[in-house]
Design a binder for this molecule. Structure first.
Ligand code: PLP
Length: 393
């Protein structure tokens, strides 16, 4: 109780219950127990040296004031060239590309720009934890459509997607490659999503921050490249996961001018703009991203294999991770039915921290999945795998 005014500060309903998360609890546990933290997806791998030098040069050269709200022209041009080169998607850098403070701001601004109170946003469950929060900040509700465990992967249930769409649905929020499952949506699944969105006049917001981290044979395919989809899709991506620079918070959104203009209307009053020296340097790095990303993928693919094998050796049942930073594991073979209980015990039992997949769920789904991240230094990962082996022990 606030003794001066007699009233405790009372957070607004839109943020109530958001203050603490399982991530805070597990990071604390990692610190308290000295456990290896495979909970958070903070990359420990290197960034391109030329990119780091370019940022330092840009700072020293005095590029330290506000960039244009929509982003530096050089970066908008590099993003447009990237979309054209890799995916055959043409965007006008002057009107159809917007630089944001990470993908995080792009997603928040997109939902603020597209949703009225009472509207619904459909997303695939489990999903990145910001989605439900962003929908709520916009006064909307996130409706989760479960991805279904299918063999060693996860599949889209197109009937469940259809059933989730109501007259209040405004946005279909798609994340491929997907966090936390490591799933890459197939062309057929994307076609099903495209069909539903066209049928119901939905805007598709697609989170593609792991676009360069696909370990399967087929490269990343943006849904905007499917027939008729460019006009109704906002493509969100970011430099953080591609260059191991998550602290820089430089992201972008591409789409038809009216949609991008609406996103910028919200974005300009969130951060206005940020990261001038980072934007300048990233414009150059994006031009050569293919070569850089090939090396990064090789490192992460090797890490994925080490972790997957380690989880199997520990007696768990790992799923196939075709992309991204994470492997899902079924913890029932270790005698647990609840991933949260497993994660609370794991630091004490063997000295490893992971995150229960239930933390990424908004609808019904399996409680027995746990997410382990492999975007770590190989030594840290080897240490974690050695510790995990004691579970079987
Ligand atoms: C890391 C991550 C983000 C956040 O991207 P930033 O550019 O750091 O804001 C968004 N979506 C997914 C799925 C992520 O894993």
């Amino acid at each position: 109780m606030d003794t001066v005014s007699g009233t405790a500060p009372r957070p607004a309903a839109r943020v109530r219950g958001m203050a603490t998360s399982i991530f805070t609890e597990m990071t604390e546990l990692a610190r308290a127990t000295g456990a290896v933290n495979l909970g958070q997806g903070v990359p420990e791998l290197a960034s391109p040296p030329a990119l780091l030098r370019d940022v330092a040069d840009a700072v020293l050269a005095g590029h330290n004031q506000y960039p244009p709200a929509v982003g530096l022209p050089a970066l908008r041009e590099a993003v447009a060239a990237h979309q054209r080169r890799l995916y055959g998607l043409a965007y006008d850098p002057a009107a159809e590309v917007l630089v944001t403070t990470g993908a995080t701001e792009a997603l928040a601004a997109a939902l603020l720009a597209l949703c009225d109170p009472g509207d619904e946003v459909v997303a695939f469950d489990p999903c990145y934890d910001a989605y439900a929060a962003d929908a709520r900040l916009a006064g909307a509700t996130l409706v989760g459509v479960p991805l279904v465990p299918d063999g060693d992967g996860f599949a889209l249930d197109a009937d469940a997607l259809r059933a989730a769409v109501t007259p209040r649905t405004r946005v279909l929020l798609l994340n491929t490659p997907h966090n936390p499952t490591g799933k890459v949506f197939t062309r057929a699944e994307l076609a099903a999503v495209a069909e539903v969105s066209a049928e119901h006049g939905l805007t598709v917001v697609t989170d593609e921050v792991y676009e360069h981290l696909v370990y399967a044979d087929e490269p990343h395919l943006p849904i905007a490249a499917l027939p008729g989809m460019r006009q109704r899709t906002l493509v969100v991506s970011s430099a953080g996961k591609t260059f191991n620079t998550t602290g820089w918070k430089v992201g972008w959104v591409c789409g038809p001018a009216p949609l991008v203009t609406a996103v910028n209307a919200a974005k300009q009053f969130l951060t206005y703009a940020s990261g001038t020296p980072y934007q300048a340097a990233l414009a150059r790095a994006l031009d050569g991203v293919e070569q850089w990303a090939a090396g990064l993928r090789a490192e992460l693919r090797a890490n994925r294999d080490v972790l997957t094998e380690g989880l199997r050796a520990a007696g768990l049942r790992p799923f196939r991770a075709d992309a991204g930073y994470f492997v899902q594991a079924d913890v029932r073979p270790a005698g647990y039915h609840d991933g949260t209980a497993f994660c609370r015990d794991l630091p004490g039992r063997v000295g490893v921290v992971a995150i229960p997949t239930a933390a990424f769920r908004t609808a019904q789904g399996p409680d027995w999945l746990v997410r382990f991240s492999f975007c770590k230094r190989p030594e840290a990962l080897a240490d974690a795998v050695e510790r995990l082996a004691r579970l079987a022990g």
